[in-house]
Design a protein around this ligand. Sequence first.
Ligand code: MG
Length: 381
Amino acid sequence: MSMSRKEFLRTTGKGLVAAGAMAAAGSGSGYAAGSRPFSNGGFKVDYKYKRLTLKHAWTIARNTSTYKDNVFVRLEKDGIVGLGEAAHNVRYGETLESTYETIEKAKPLFEITSPWHFVDLGEKLQKVCEGQTAAKAALDMALMDWIGKALEIPYYRLLGLDAKKAPQTTFSIGIDTPEVIRQKVREAEPYPLLKIKLGKDNDKEIMEAVRAETDKTLRVDANEGWKDKEECLREIEWLAENGVDVVEQPMPVEMLEETAWVRERSPIPVIADESVKQASDIPKLAQAFDGINIKVDKAGGLQEALRMIWMARSLDMKIMLGCMVSSSLSITAAAHLSPLVDYPDLDGHLLISNDPFQGVEVRDGWLILPDRSGLGCLGEF
Ligand code: MG
């Protein structure tokens, strides 16, 4: 006599719990996690932008900015609030307006779907947010914050991670005049590792200014700034001799073959940033790069960032965990993944002067995660 899956589950001790939970999640009776009962249905969704002011004008090879208008998302259900942040990136065709539009399009999905089906929700969200990863990241971040808060555990614990295992983070120094670079390096005294932005025509000048102030280990991000493979290699060799241990996105995205040529000869690991957004981008980069820079913002959330981590690991690639200029909310979200990476670069909140949130702390470069539920951030927007 054959038995249906449901009947089978009911006849086993373990199955009784599973079948009960399945019935509760799928029927009209709601779902209970721990001692707390939860209603069916989705979230109340709110969002608005807040202007984050930069301490110093921020210049990289591509552009300069003095502020960032990030969009903050609030998901509320059963008295629990999940928060997320969208830092749009013009490099990927995102604007404040497109971020608003995308969240507005995704809103109905969040209003009707149960948060407990967060994997399913993430898949559906992917279709709505095509190409708009900052908005998607904010929604996914808020969702994961809510799940952690509902289960009353920190997000890193939900992932089975040891918060103490995160390596030290770098602190970034944007492109500037030698005088300002020297001042920035002095201000960065508490951080043992610095990431230097290069890729314009003053690389030597910047490196000299940095080295006049410190002998710390440096990492360099060229933001696609070097366009000739032989010059690029000479530059990397010179940087390696000057205490640089990693170089990020030396050449433009479209120069993949040239980058592979450089990587083969480079004395230090070459990491992809602009070349990689999501997990599906990774396999084709494994020849040209030693590793990838994952950002929750460009990945489109914590769930996709995790997928990227596992995929990169399976290809034996190194992982940098980067960020945009953003508040402690976004940086803390990323920091929950930091025990899984080689090179955390989570300093975006340290570059602003009006952080509305309090979350991960950086002490001597070590990331100290809050042990509160969810992402563990305090503050509102
Ligand atoms: Mg970069």
